[in-house]
Design a protein around this ligand. Structure first.
Ligand SMILES: [Fe+2]
Length: 346
């Protein structure tokens, strides 16, 4: 990317980096193509960096979604760092740095949600640690995608992504010992854990830039349409569409994530599970839109099968499992041949 030298003191939010900023240790701090936010600029100033390289027509050029796992990973890592800081600030000051988080939702998260290969990238770049932070970003991205699938756009879609990023912000008010407990929670601890919905709502209520939809998304994302959810046990019609979308994104991300105690499931296993177990709990229209689109999304993906063969997903009917074509040219309908399954993506 062609760029010009810009004194760090004159850097403005919205400018795009023309080259990566790399620490002496070789670690990329901000990747080429990153759109600068006020907080990024503050950090660069703190690093005593005199100049940065910014894109020539930074003001006119609209940022483009990442197109490779490397560029996606760089945007994701930057986002992760900012979210980690935002959560730490919220935990200690009991105040959410909303301007910073809104900027992140509107720039990096929005761009990642627009990346064509996003679901594949999210699978590849997963890390074992930082679950809460990664989960917040992933839910924001996936909510944005599902929002588009159900027809949202413009400011409403931006609000949904913001709500996704904030949905678990109340977890900052849960004691660390409970949040990170490696064993099963006691009933009392579970009660405290569940309060993260109300804690998040309380911190956001009355804040500038937080509207009713965002508040409902945060407060109601664990409600279920059959009244078995929390905190209020309300029914389908009473649950805001933002909360219903975030609930689907939340479940998909949690089930596909590797955790200390289990390996994440493939999207197809998650689809099968959602069909069997979560139907009747999640909004049926949103759920169907999600399931149909996510399955179509993986057509063309290269996978490894449980018998060790490599294959490509070539067809997805109305079932949970697709038809694949192996390297040897053999077609296998995995819905029928249930003794063979997809174990990983290439
Ligand atoms: Fe939650």
């Amino acid at each position: 990317m062609s760029g010009k030298k810009c004194p760090t003191a004159e850097a403005r939010p919205g400018m795009k980096l023309a080259s990566s900023i790399i620490k002496e240790s070789g670690q990329v701090i901000l990747a080429e193509g990153t759109v600068l936010t006020a907080s990024f600029i503050e950090k660069l100033k703190l690093m005593n960096l005199e100049f940065i390289d910014v894109a020539e027509n930074a003001a006119a050029e609209a940022p483009t979604p990442p197109t490779s796992v490397e560029t996606f990973g760089a945007v994701y890592d930057n986002t992760l760092q900012v979210i980690e800081n935002c959560f730490a600030t919220t935990r200690y000051f009991k105040e959410v740095p909303l301007i910073q988080m809104k900027e992140l939702a509107d720039t990096s998260v929005n761009l990642m949600a627009d990346a064509a290969g996003v679901f594949g990238y999210l699978r590849i770049i997963r890390k074992q640690d930082d679950y809460t932070f990664q989960h917040s970003i992933n839910v924001a991205i996936i909510s944005g995608i599902v929002g588009k699938w159900v027809g949202l756009s413009g400011e409403e879609l931006k609000d949904l992504i913001f709500a996704g990023l904030l949905h678990d912000i109340g977890k900052t008010q849960i004691p660390i010992e409970i949040l990170n407990k490696p064993a099963r929670l006691t009933q009392e601890e579970m009660k405290i854990m569940k309060s993260h919905t109300i804690e998040g709502y309380k911190m956001l209520l009355g804040e500038a830039g937080i509207n009713e939809s965002i508040l409902c998304g945060v407060l109601q994302h664990h409600e279920k349409i059959d009244r078995t959810g929390y905190p209020s046990g309300i029914s389908g019609e009473q649950i805001h569409p933002f909360a219903k979308i975030i609930a689907v994104a939340d479940i998909y991300d949690a089930m596909t994530s590797d955790r200390v105690y289990r390996v994440g499931q493939t999207p197809f296993e998650v689809v099968a599970d959602i069909r069997q177990e979560a139907f009747g709990k999640l909004d049926p229209a949103i759920c169907m839109t999600f399931l149909n689109n996510i399955l179509d999304y993986f057509i063309g993906a290269k996978v490894v099968l449980s018998d060790g063969e490599e294959a490509e997903i070539i067809y997805q009917g109305h079932h949970s499992y697709p038809t694949v074509c192996t390297r040897a040219g053999k077609f296998i309908d995995l819905e029928v041949n249930r003794d063979i399954s997809i174990v990983s993506f290439i």
